[in-house]
Design a protein around this ligand. Structure first.
Ligand SMILES: [Zn+2]
Length: 164
């Protein structure tokens, strides 16, 4: 299955040269390693993910769309085990999801009131994502970081603003 480290390492619990190198160079993070181990153990090697993003209190796991349900688990049991192990709230997002659903997942529990395309004076296009003002205090991270994450997931430039 598609995990950031190889099967040999997952089975032995030790890192081979190749995977150790990936960790050293930052190609994979310790958190991704921890998540891979849990998914491997709980899913009998049948659950995969592409990468995980650390947002502070929240970790986002990116996986193929057809794997999202498995990473969440029955009644959320898999996601809960991951959350317990890494000490963060966990969100699971399908790779290549559209901007609207990525933005919704990334910003939750804050709610989006609208998204529209705007053009800067330089002609650059950006999606303006408006968040309900009353949800300002529950936005999961700082706005620059969230814009960055959404761009890395969708390839779209965004500007998150509070609705007024
Ligand atoms: Zn390895």
């Amino acid at each position: 299955m598609d995990l950031p480290i190889c099967d040999v390492c997952l089975q032995s619990g030790m890192l081979c040269k190749g995977c150790e190198n990936k960790l050293k160079t930052g190609e994979i993070s310790q958190m991704e390693l921890d998540i891979a181990k849990i998914l491997y153990n709980l899913g009998d090697g049948q659950i995969s993910f592409k990468k995980a993003i650390d947002m502070g209190n929240v970790a986002i796991i990116i996986t193929e769309k057809d794997q999202v349900g498995k990473v969440i688990g029955k009644g959320g049991n898999v996601v809960r085990a991951i959350s317990k192990e890494i000490g963060k709230n966990v969100r699971v997002i399908g790779a290549e999801s559209d901007l609207k659903s990525v933005a919704k997942d990334i910003l939750a529990p804050a709610r989006i009131s609208g998204i529209n395309l705007v053009y800067g004076i330089d002609g650059e296009q950006k999606f303006k994502i408006r968040v309900l003002k009353e949800d300002a205090s529950i936005i999961p991270s700082n706005l620059d970081k969230l814009n960055e994450i959404i761009e890395s997931l969708t390839g779209e430039k965004t500007k998150i603003v509070l609705d007024d």
